[in-house]
Unconditional design. Structure first.
Length: 267
């Protein structure tokens, strides 16, 4: 494990140095294709970053596998964009869904919308619907390509081009780490790449439908994600944070609770 981590860390440093010489996304992805031995996987959640990366990946043939986490709670607009993207870019986006039995157990225990109750329940849902399917999606992968940008939130300020993901035993690559939202939008428009209908309605970060609201222009990009939670809690679903297995283990031992209604979306 130590040897593997050392190899990944050294390769991440080489990639970050090379990527620092260009801000062109296509060139950055070519670096991965040429320098990383093994399977390259890109996850697209149908936000603007995933769309730009998918367009560039499509230009590299089958060098990069494009996939999405089909949580079962996606916006209809995301499903529509999924279809339009495959048609317009000629790319196949593979779906990784939660295990039906795991979802049934989650809903029986927490209720259909138990994620509104507590952060622990919300994380249990994200674990079931996102984190576990991601583990399967990345099984055997050498690198995981994401749409993280430093500008997205204070918690993402330290994002760099490439890091060794020790827990997953692969490289985590963030080709847009130093891009602004305005730059991403400009390239999407210039290349006529399809974007979600949610974009024009103020959704600046797209997740599952019940957990995402539009944001006002003065709000941070990710303010619409899990908006009912305290600002002090990490507004992440667990894909980009260390596993919170303690919270999951505790929750999985607690009895079922009734579902509650959706908290009011701020005007
Ligand atoms: S974002 Fe919401 S619905 Fe989606 S997996 Fe997380 S808690 Fe569940």
């Amino acid at each position: 494990m130590l040897d593997t981590l050392a190899i990944l860390t050294e390769l991440a440093a080489r990639l970050s140095q090379a990527a620092g010489t260009t801000r062109d996304v296509g060139e950055r992805l070519c670096l991965l294709r040429d320098l990383v031995p093994g399977r390259l996987c890109l996850t697209n959640g149908f936000g603007i970053e995933g769309q730009l990366l998918t367009a560039h990946a499509a230009g590299l043939g089958d060098a990069i596998a494009v996939m999405t986490l089909d949580t079962g709670r996606l916006f209809p607009e995301s499903r529509d964009l999924w279809r339009r993207t495959e048609q317009s870019l000629g790319v196949s986006i593979a779906a990784f869904a939660p295990a039906p039995g795991a979802v049934a157990a989650l809903v029986e225990r927490d209720g259909a919308d138990g994620f509104y109750d507590t952060v622990a329940k919300r994380r249990a849902c994200c674990d079931t619907r996102k984190v576990e399917p991601l583990s399967r999606a990345l099984d055997g992968a050498a690198a995981w390509i994401t749409g993280l940008r430093t500008e997205q939130s204070p918690g993402r300020k330290g994002v760099s081009f490439a890091v060794a993901d020790a827990a997953r035993g692969l490289l985590k690559i963030n080709p847009l780490y130093d891009w602004t939202r305005a730059e991403v939008l400009a390239e999407l428009a210039a290349r006529d790449i399809p974007v979600s209908a949610l974009e024009a309605r103020g959704y600046r970060s797209v997740g599952c439908e019940p957990c995402t609201r539009a944001v006002r222009p003065e709000e941070p990009e990710r303010a619409g994600r899990w908006w009912w939670e305290d600002e002090g809690s990490a507004k992440e679903c667990g894909l980009h944070t260390p596993a919170h297995s303690a919270a999951r283990d505790i929750w999985f031992r607690t009895p079922a609770s009734a579902a509650t209604g959706s908290p009011a979306v701020p005007a």
